[in-house]
Design a protein around this ligand. Structure first.
Ligand SMILES: [Zn+2]
Ligand SMILES: [Zn+2]
Length: 410
């Protein structure tokens, strides 16, 4: 049983049966070293499983289990040690156990004030949540004060579909209770929170939210173009938990997206996410693959907001939500897409196949993961229609390449 597994670990760590893996006669490596070893080993085990080489995968996983338990026993108060164990359990698809262990790690990280590890633990918990079946989406009861626990429960229920439009800059974000990576906005009072919830998947369909995003980016205020917005906001009564969370996260060190957008030398915006050299001043950019993917996802989302035709289909909604999730992972926690995310992103692009411009002037076809083609249908709609469709084609091509298995993001 999962509970006894966890209790055994806590209660009698040195004698737990899982620890019977032969221990090497040396000091256990530091938990940071173990984390680095896991980066390689878990990847390796996943590849072996894909190749159906289960015996070899099992050996690698046993080794990973052994080394994580050993380092936890050496220092049971180290949150990183527990995070490592949680990661192994995640790879083993032991989601309930992983959740308990990661919660324990989160408690230790909070006690020791280790914000960096707390961020990693959040990322791992995020993965656990993603693997849990989607509860049917229901409006959260905000009539009572929201505790941290209720907030987490809310997040776990709605992560699959939930996202919102930043009321200040109009970008699409995943979490209401965090600072926007584009404009740093975070709700400061109850009214702000109510508006954030109102401009979310709680309230509107994806295509409508994308339209709202464009209007806000054009400089309009939500109250100017949404009917009875005050009535909608009033449905979200109170929310002390989110405000508290925002205050606690006031100085968290997320990436500021504006800094990523620009050339560090000449400070001009570089639109093409695959660029290695600044097109304005020829400075070398040294962008990691993960960073390129983050920029690429942002470019695609902006194209969906500004130039591509909005649709009222399930695939369209899934694609937007997936991109918003990827952006959150890449920008907030610097985490690569999971296999499942890579798979469904490719599948959704292929299924949609034809992405039409909102003005009808052009189309981008995704024929295969390696073949994306742009075409102008009506050159009279706008003088830049050809360049725009080519840009979308290139970004989709780049996106498909980066999320394919052939590119290592680390
Ligand atoms: Zn914003
Ligand atoms: Zn430059």
């Amino acid at each position: 049983m999962s509970t006894s597994w966890f209790d055994r670990l806590i209660g009698r760590p040195k004698k737990s049966p899982e620890a019977k893996v032969p221990l090497p006669p040396h000091r256990p490596p530091s938990t940071n070293t173990v984390a680095n070893i896991l980066d390689v080993r878990l990847e390796q085990a996943a590849s072996l499983k894909q190749l159906r080489m289960y015996d070899q995968a099992l050996r690698v996983m046993n080794m990973a289990r052994g080394i994580t338990l050993e380092s936890m026993q050496a220092d049971p108060k180290d949150p990183m040690a527990w995070l490592n164990i949680g990661r192994v359990q995640l790879a083993d698809e032991q989601f309930d156990e992983a959740k308990k262990v990661l919660k324990h790690a989160a408690g230790l990280a909070q006690e020791s004030g280790n914000k960096q590890v707390a961020g990693f633990i959040d990322a791992a918990l995020f993965q656990v949540l993603r693997h849990q079946p989607n509860a049917s989406q229901r409006t959260f009861d905000l009539s009572k004060p929201l505790t941290e626990e209720a907030y987490q429960a809310y997040r776990s229920q709605s992560l699959g579909e939930m996202f919102y439009v930043c009321q200040s800059c109009g970008r699409l974000n995943l979490m209401v209770g965090e600072h926007c990576a584009h404009c740093r906005f975070a709700p400061q009072n109850l009214r702000d929170i109510q508006l954030s919830f109102a401009l979310s998947a709680n309230q509107f369909k994806t295509a409508t939210l994308v339209q709202i995003a464009q209007k806000i980016q054009m400089g309009q205020k939500p109250h100017e173009f949404i009917n009875s917005l005050d009535d909608i906001m009033a449905r979200f009564d109170t929310d002390q938990g989110v405000l508290e969370k925002i205050r606690n996260n006031a100085e968290d060190d997320y990436l500021d997206f504006k800094a990523l957008d620009r050339c560090p030398a000449c400070k001009k915006t570089i639109w093409v996410s695959s660029a290695d050299v600044c097109p304005h001043c020829q400075a070398k950019l040294n962008r990691t693959m993960l960073l390129k993917l983050a920029i690429c996802v942002d470019r695609l989302l902006q194209q969906f907001i500004w130039n591509l035709k909005r649709r009222d289909t399930k695939e369209y909604a899934q694609l937007i939500i997936l991109l918003v999730n990827l952006k959150y992972q890449l920008v907030r926690v610097q985490q690569a897409p999971t296999d499942a995310q890579r798979h469904s992103a490719t599948e959704l692009l292929l299924k949609t196949n034809a992405f039409f411009a909102g003005n009808g002037g052009g189309v981008v076809f995704v024929h295969s993961p390696t073949s994306v083609v742009s075409q102008v249908l009506d050159p009279t709609v706008h003088k830049d229609i050809g360049a725009t469709m080519d840009f979308i084609r290139d970004e989709m091509q780049h996106f498909l390449r980066l999320i394919s298995d052939s590119v290592s993001l680390f």
